[in-house]
Design a protein around this ligand. Structure first.
Ligand SMILES: C[S@@+](CC[C@H](N)C(=O)[O-])C[C@H]1O[C@@H](n2cnc3c(N)ncnc32)[C@H](O)[C@@H]1O
Length: 295
C-alpha cells in the first residue's frame, strides 16, 4: 500500500515541465531546477552511452541514490528504445523508500513509458522485480553499508549513476573511502556519471583509479563528470579544470570508518585545507576570471 509517508513530499515543477521534490532534511531539491527529466537524460544516461551498450544482450546498472527513480526510468527507456530485448540487471541504493513511493503515488514518472512506470511502481513496494528483461533489487539503508552487499554479490556494472545530494549537504557519499567501494563495482569498460564537477569529487574518483572528464553543461554553467578506467573514452579536462584539481578545493572528503557524521567529515576536510600548501581556490578563480576578461 502506498500511503501516508509520501504526503511529506510536495512536487515542484522544474523548467522542462517535469516535477521533483524538495528535501527538508538536506535543504535541497532532488534535481536541478532546470529540469529533473532532462538532468537524468543528459547528465546520466547519455554520458554513460547506454544506447550503444544496449546492443549487447545484457546491461548491468548501479544507481547510487535512487530517489524518485528518474535516472533509472530514463535509462530503461533509452535502453529498451534501442533494443527491446536487452536484459537489464540492476541494483539501486537508497536511504528512504518513501521518496520512490511518493513519486509513484503522485504520478511524477508519468512521462516515461507505461512498462517502465509499472516496473518502478512494483520496485517501490516490493523492493525487487524479476521478469524476463528486468532483474532488479532496491537496497534500502545507508549506501555506505549497502554498497558492501553489492560487492559481496560480485555485481560488476556497465554504468554507475552517482547522484547524492551536494557534497556540502551529504559529504558521506562523496568520500575517498565510499567512492573507492563504488568504483570497485565498475567493469573495466564501464562508465560512472555524476552531476557534480566539484574538485574534491574528481580527486576521489581519480584516487579510485578513474579518468575524469566533463559532460556538457545543461541549463547552468557547471558541467557534470563522466569517468572511466580508460582515458580514451573520456574527454580531456581543460587547463582551467586541471588547475582546479591542484587547489585546496580538490582536497577530498574522508570517512575512514565509513560511519562518521556529515559534520565530522566536513570538519576533517576543513582542517586539512587549513594546513594545506596547495593554492587557495580563490586565487585560481581570480586568475581565470582575469584571463577570461582579457580574451
Ligand atoms: C539527489 S537525490 C537522488 C535523485 C534520484 N537519483 C532521481 O533520479 O530521482 C539524493 C537521494 O539520496 C538519498 N540519500 C541520502 N543519504 C543517503 C545515504 N546515506 N544512503 C543512501 N541514500 C541516501 C536521498 O534519500 C535522496 O533520495
Amino acid at each position: 500500500m502506498i500511503n501516508n509517508p509520501s504526503k511529506k513530499f510536495t512536487p515542484q515543477r522544474t523548467a522542462d515541465g517535469s516535477q521533483t521534490f524538495f528535501s527538508e532534511e538536506f535543504g535541497e531539491l532532488f534535481h536541478s531546477h532546470h529540469g529533473a527529466k532532462q538532468e537524468a537524460e543528459l547528465k546520466f544516461v547519455q554520458p554513460t552511452q547506454l544506447e550503444i551498450k544496449a546492443r549487447s544482450a545484457t546491461i548491468c546498472l548501479l544507481d547510487v541514490c535512487y530517489g524518485l527513480g528518474y535516472n533509472t526510468a530514463a535509462a530503461l527507456t533509452a535502453i529498451w528504445q534501442a533494443n527491446p530485448y536487452c536484459h537489464v540487471r540492476w541494483i539501486g541504493l537508497e536511504l528512504n523508500v518513501n521518496v520512490a513511493q511518493a513519486a509513484i503515488a503522485q504520478n511524477l514518472l508519468d512521462e516515461f513509458p507505461e512498462s517502465v512506470r509499472q516496473f518502478l511502481a512494483n520496485l517501490a513496494i516490493d523492493l525487487k522485480v524479476k521478469t524476463e528483461y528486468f532483474d532488479a533489487i532496491l537496497l534500502i539503508g545507508d549506501a555506505r553499508k549497502t554498497i558492501q552487499q553489492v560487492r559481496e554479490f560480485n555485481f560488476l556494472v556497465d554504468a554507475i549513476f552517482l547522484d547524492p545530494f551536494s557534497p556540502p549537504s551529504c559529504p558521506q557519499l562523496w568520500t575517498i573511502e565510499f567512492l573507492e567501494r563504488v568504483v570497485s563495482c565498475l567493469k573495466p569498460s564501464g562508465y560512472l556519471a555524476t552531476y557534480s564537477c566539484a574538485a574534491a569529487v574528481r580527486t576521489a574518483l581519480i584516487a579510485a583509479g578513474l579518468h575524469v572528464g566533463s559532460t556538457v553543461p545543461i541549463g547552468r554553467k557547471s558541467p557534470g563528470t563522466i569517468a572511466s578506467f580508460s582515458a580514451k573514452n573520456i574527454p580531456q579536462l581543460s587547463q582551467q579544470e586541471r588547475e582546479h584539481l591542484q587547489t585546496r578545493a580538490a582536497i577530498p572528503y574522508r570517512d575512514p570508518s565509513l560511519s562518521d557524521s556529515a559534520e565530522v567529515i566536513l570538519q576533517r576536510r576543513q582542517q586539512e585545507q587549513q594546513i594545506s600548501v596547495l593554492e587557495p581556490t580563490s586565487r585560481w578563480k581570480k586568475r581565470w576570471l582575469s584571463s577570461s576578461e582579457m580574451s
